[in-house]
Write a protein that binds this ligand. Structure first.
Ligand code: SAH
Length: 213
């Protein structure tokens, strides 16, 4: 598994546009096989997303790396991860920043992720069950927020929970299954800056500021 992971970092990440050393190191550390269903452990390091419980997915390694790289995080940062899912993205993020707050609407997924973090000794991740489309105000403001589910729009509440110069990385699209990956950066005065990072496919963000159930 260790050599498969090294191979993933070389071929799927470095050979593309992942160059942030903190991201490459974290991706090389987190055992992805722990986050995939038992029957898929053999293909844990394949170059694509995999199904997990509750009809959800664990994102493709490259997309996880791309999103975390776009967050421009550093070791002293506090980050919010919306859509815990398997917990894989939160785990990678937790190897880079000081603290990760992760929110998931399915209690069962949140529980399994929590158990996994404990088993792996990742003690700087706090998991909350709830609707993360409106963020997690109690631990705000954040240096960076990542949403790993597709939203119809950019939720105002999430921008509101960023520190000055904070970054929000979120898939946005008018169809529930196809999105543009957008980075929103809070700047000094004036409108937040928006950049398009690429095309992605995520399961829908379901909630008050996302899609209706
Ligand atoms: N980051 C995950 C992939 C997440 S898939 C990983 O690395 O495995 C998207 C997740 O977002 C799903 O688990 C889904 O249940 C969750 N989700 C959808 N809408 C949500 C909302 N409003 N608040 C919190 N989680 C949500």
């Amino acid at each position: 598994m260790e050599s498969q992971r090294k191979n993933m970092v070389e071929t799927q990440l470095k050979n593309r546009d992942i160059s942030d050393p903190l991201v490459l190191k974290a991706m090389g550390e987190v055992p992805r096989e722990a986050f995939v269903p038992k029957e898929r452990i053999g293909i844990a390091y394949s170059d694509g997303p995999l199904p997990i419980a509750d009809g959800q997915t664990i994102s493709q390694p490259y997309i996880v790396a791309l999103m975390i790289q776009a967050m421009e995080v550093s070791p002293e940062d506090h980050a919010l991860d919306v859509g815990t899912g398997s917990g894989y993205a939160a785990a990678v993020l937790s190897r880079i920043v000081e603290r990760v707050y992760s929110i998931e609407r399915h209690a069962s997924l949140a529980e399994s992720a929590k158990a996994l973090f404990k088993k792996l000794g990742y003690d700087n991740i706090e998991v909350t069950v709830g609707d993360g489309s409106i963020g997690l105000p109690e631990h705000s403001p954040y240096d960076a927020i990542v949403v790993t589910a597709g939203s119809p729009d950019i939720p105002e509440q999430l921008i509101g929970q960023l520190k000055p110069f904070g970054r929000l990385v979120i898939p946005v699209g008018s169809l529930p299954v196809m999105q543009k990956l957008i980075r929103v950066r809070k700047v000094n005065g004036g409108e937040p800056l928006r950049e398009n990072i690429g095309d992605v496919r995520f399961v829908p963000l379901v909630g008050i500021a996302g899609w209706k159930e």
